[in-house]
Structure formats: C-alpha cells, structure tokens
Ligand binder design. Structure first.
Ligand code: UD1
Length: 424
C-alpha cells in the first residue's frame, strides 16, 4: 500500500483546477442505465470510485469507451440485471446503492450487495427502501443482499424523515420510469442532486424542483441518450480553499461554482482569511489568501446544503488546530466522523470530543508524525495537517484518499507542496 511523505510548513501558492464532482459522477454514471441508448459523460473526475463503478457496470454488460481524459461513452443496452454485484466489488463503494434505483427503474428488478464505503457511522438505507416500497417494489434484505422487484412502478408521495442525499437521488432514479407522478418531500438540496436531475432531464425525464426540498417527477416510458458535463467538485474545491488558508498561502481555485462554496468562504472569512471571487473569460474562480493572517477560532456546525458540508468538517478541523482560541465543531450528519481526531492529536493538536461536539484549542503549531487515514475526508484532513505541520509526516492508508481526490500529489506539488507518493 502506498503512503505520502510530506514535509510541511510551506505555504501553498498558485492556482489549481478542480475536477468533476465525485458525488455527482457516481449517480450520473449509474443513471445512464436508465437510458435506452448510449450516453456521453464529460468532466468525470479521475478517481478510484469512478473506476470501480465503471468496472461494476462493465461486469454487468455495459460497454464503456474512454473517449478522452474525463470523458466516457456508456452504452447500457446490454446490461443484464441478473449479473448481481458481489460484496467484494461494492464493499468499498457506498454509491453502489444507486444501482438499486436505476436497475429497478429500468428492469423492474435489482439485486445488489449491501454497500460499504467510509466508516463514519451506521449509514442505514431505510429511507432508500421506504422509497422503493412506496413506488410499489417488493424489497427484501437477506444475507447481505438487497433484492427489489416490481411488475409496475407507480408514482407516490414520499416524505424523507431525514434529509438524505442518497435516498433523494435513488428515489429520483426509480421514479423517472414509474407510472405517474412522484413527489419527494424533505428532499436533499445538494448541488449534486440538482446535477443528477439535470442529467436525467437531458435524457428526457421530467423532474422539477431539484435544489428545493420538494422534487416532483413525472415518470416516462423511455429515456434516451444524451451528452452531459458534470459540475465541479464542491468538496475538492473546499479542500484546496482550506489547505491554502491552513498553510498561510494564496491559491486561486479554478473551475468552480462560487455559490456552492459560500458556507466554506463564510467560515474562512470569519476566521480572518481573505476570500475573493472573480471571473475570467466567463469562468469563475475564487482566491483564498492566508498570507500574513493569524486565523481566529470559529465554530462550525455541519448541516445539509446550503449548510456547512459534513465532508469538509474534518479538513476544517485540521485548519482550526492552530487557530487562535477555542473552536467548537459540531457534527450533525454522521455519528462517528471524528476518527481523524486521534491522528491530529498525535501531531500535537489539542482536541476534546464529547458526543457529536469537538472542542479544538488552538496551539502555536503542530508537528509532523506518522498518521493514518480512517476514511476519505479524514485523509484530506490529515493531508492538510501534514502540509501545515513543522517537519515530516507520513500519511498512511491513502487508498481512502485515492477514492475521491484526483492527482492529489501532482496538484499539491504544482502549488509548491513538498509531497511524495511512496509505493510500499
Ligand atoms: C452522501 C455522500 C457523502 C456525504 C453525505 C452527506 C455520496 C456517495 N456520498 O452520503 O459524501 O457525506 O451524502 O452530504 O454521495 N440516513 C438514514 N437513512 C437512510 C439514509 C440516510 O437515516 O436511508 C441518514 C444517515 O445516517 C445520515 C443522514 O441521513 O445521518 C445523511 O446521509 P445521506 O445524505 O444519505 O448520506 P449518503 O448518501 O450516504
């Protein structure tokens, strides 16, 4: 297994181009199953999760052609829904749950192994299943497999007890091919939910209200192929924004949608970091400067969009380890998303966790150490901590980081970081 060796203490300087959004790419690739024709998908991030999902679809019979960097043609017409996906294939890929909605919508039958993904809490699927049942599917769970079948999917009114990105998208996928209208209330409003809805609409679906908490879907008998470019990754952009601030550097982040980053910009500015937005030739960018700043402690509470994203809670905590004063970080979405804390403490951070609240007492500096990523965003937090720290760090378990950050070492090196990937 590979690890990163990082010599910290160097401010990041320059500009970085953000890739396509992981959490839009995964459902969009899966949504292509619903089309009766080939789809072209552009601006795909070069990450492990995308590679694994493409492999799963190919195993099921899809034909995928790599047209150019970040662009594939996906022909779903030869998919056999009986070629169930085995546990080892989906164990690392949470987003394989989208196969349930897409296969059910297209074939009236889906069998998927219960998905894995990051260990950040219980991550139940009750709302996905509630949604499929409301649409008329019979859903059974046994021996690690979820089987869903329906003669006919019929639109329904579905209220989500908890705002769930995965359940909102999964229900949207199945409902696109259901008879009549489906209304999802208390739906997730994340940018990737809107992106998936836009993709489905390009395929001929009728989805209104994505981006608000009520989504209306009129089912269609057939969906056709289309060409679609995925939105930029809000979380990758936020990670580089925080890294720029944390190292006291100045970085311009390109290929972004500034409104998606408002919660992060607001917190960084509250902490004393300069954030400016602009556009060049109709392309947006954001510049984050921590030069000559002594960041102040800020309180962070994670919430569904447009709140502060849970996926940036861990990177933000790394930044706050050397901020002036006490920061209170409350994780409201996942119950076990503080696994990075013990690693930050190993580097000299001072953090106390009680339940879903972490109190970070800023220290003058943190120090390089061997540290171990426990999940994807914990990994991003440790990379930021290692970039801030005095001395050398070894960041281990980087398979988690590879799942969601494209060409990380290359992008950070271009910004002046001293980072090397070592293949063990
Ligand atoms: C997705 C993202 C993940 C992000 C999270 C929240 C993907 C592949 N992953 O995960 O990066 O951190 O959104 O923005 O897009 N819940 C239930 N029952 C369910 C489903 C969810 O109780 O059936 C709860 C979860 O335990 C959690 C909350 O709802 O407390 C939100 O989870 P959800 O939005 O579904 O997260 P994921 O789709 O798993």
């Amino acid at each position: 297994m590979a690890h990163y060796v990082i010599n910290g203490g160097k401010p990041l300087e320059g500009s970085v181009v953000i890739g396509g959004a992981k959490n839009a790419a995964l459902p969009i690739i899966t949504a292509a199953i619903l089309a009766g024709e080939k789809c072209r998908i552009e601006n795909l991030p070069e990450i492990e999760d995308v590679k694994i999902l493409c492999m799963i679809l190919e195993k099921m019979g899809a034909k995928i052609e790599h047209v150019s960097d970040g662009c594939i043609d996906l022909d779903p017409t030869c998919i056999d829904p009986d070629k169930g996906v085995t546990f080892d294939m989906v164990s690392s890929l949470r987003a394989s749950y989208y196969l349930l909605g897409a296969l059910l919508g297209r074939y009236g039958y889906a069998q998927v192994a219960q998905p894995g993904g990051c260990s950040i809490g219980q991550r139940p699927m009750d709302l996905h299943i509630k949604g499929m049942r409301a649409l008329g599917a019979e859903v059974n769970m046994s021996r690690g497999k979820i089987t869903a079948k329906a003669e006919n999917l019929v639109g329904a009114d579905i209220y989500l007890d908890v705002v769930s990105v995965g359940a909102t998208i999964n229900i949207m996928l199945a409902a696109c091919r259901a008879e009549g209208q489906t209304i999802i209330s208390n739906a997730a409003k994340e940018p990737h939910v809107v992106d998936v809805a836009n993709f489905l609409n390009m395929m001929g679906a009728s989805i209104k209200g994505a981006g608000t908490n009520v989504i209306r879907i009129k089912g269609k008998k057939n969906l056709h192929g289309c060409t679609y470019a995925i939105i930029p990754d809000q979380i990758e952009a936020g990670t580089y924004m925080i890294a720029a601030a944390a190292t006291g550097g100045e970085v311009t982040i390109r290929n972004i949608i500034p409104t998606h980053l408002e919660a992060i910009s607001a917190k960084l500015m509250e902490s004393g970091i300069r954030v400016t937005e602009g556009d060049d030739d109709n392309e947006f960018f954001i510049t984050v400067s921590g030069r000559n700043a002594k960041p102040r402690a800020v309180n962070v509470r994670t919430f569904p969009y447009p709140g502060f994203p849970t996926d940036l809670q861990q990177p933000m905590m790394a930044f706050l380890t050397t901020a002036d004063g006490n920061s209170v970080v409350v994780e409201n979405i996942f119950e076990d998303r503080f696994n990075h804390v013990v690693e930050l403490e190993r580097m000299g951070a001072n953090i106390t966790v009680i339940g879903k609240t972490a109190t970070v007492s800023g220290t003058e500096r943190i120090y390089g150490a061997p540290i171990y990523a426990s999940d994807l965003r914990a990994g991003a937090a440790l990379i930021i901590a290692a970039l801030m720290a005095e001395g050398e760090s070894e960041v281990h378990n980087i398979k988690f980081i590879d799942r969601g950050y494209e060409r990380l070492a290359e992008k950070l090196t271009a910004l002046g970081a001293d980072i090397k990937r070592v293949e063990d």
